[in-house]
Design a protein around this ligand. Structure first.
Ligand code: THU
Length: 137
């Protein structure tokens, strides 16, 4: 499927404008293209109990499930200045779970795959019941 990076960035910027980041003052927006062509997005939502704040990617994967599921094929994340932002370690794991093999990300050092930014990942296939073999393709 054709990846329109400009459209993905615009969706990430729009999402970033909804961020609730009164503690860090660091708004984040994330957007991803799903294998059926739709775009899902999310923003960070912080909390007075700082450690339980939600990254933008949390909202994105929730949006993915709520709007029909599917596999992510391309991802773009921005900070408040609309610059590319790398997903944090935990969020790389979140994205991995819902990514199609070879999902592309815009990174601060060019386009990379999810496998490059989360090498030797633990994932659904590593669980004893093999549940993930049909979950991640
Ligand atoms: N943040 C995200 O939303 N996604 C990331 O991948 C990196 C960090 C948020 C969490 C927190 O609200 C703010 O950025 C500062 O760390």
């Amino acid at each position: 499927m054709e990846i329109n990076w400009a459209e993905l960035k615009a969706a990430a910027v729009q999402a970033m404008k909804h961020a609730y980041a009164p503690y860090s003052h660091f708004p984040v927006g994330a957007a991803a293209l799903v294998d059926d062509g739709r775009i899902v997005s999310g923003c960070n939502v912080e909390n007075a109990s700082y450690g339980v704040g939600l990254c933008a990617e949390c909202g994105l994967v929730s949006n993915l499930s709520m709007t029909g599921g599917g596999k992510l094929i391309a991802f773009y994340c921005v900070d408040g200045a609309e610059n590319i932002l790398m997903p944090c370690g935990r969020c790389r794991q979140l994205l991995f779970e819902h990514s199609q093999t070879g999902m592309l990300l815009q990174t601060t050092s060019g386009i990379k795959t999810i496998e490059e930014v989360l090498p030797d990942a633990f994932g659904p296939r590593d669980l004893a019941d093999g549940f993930g073999s049909e979950q991640r393709g």
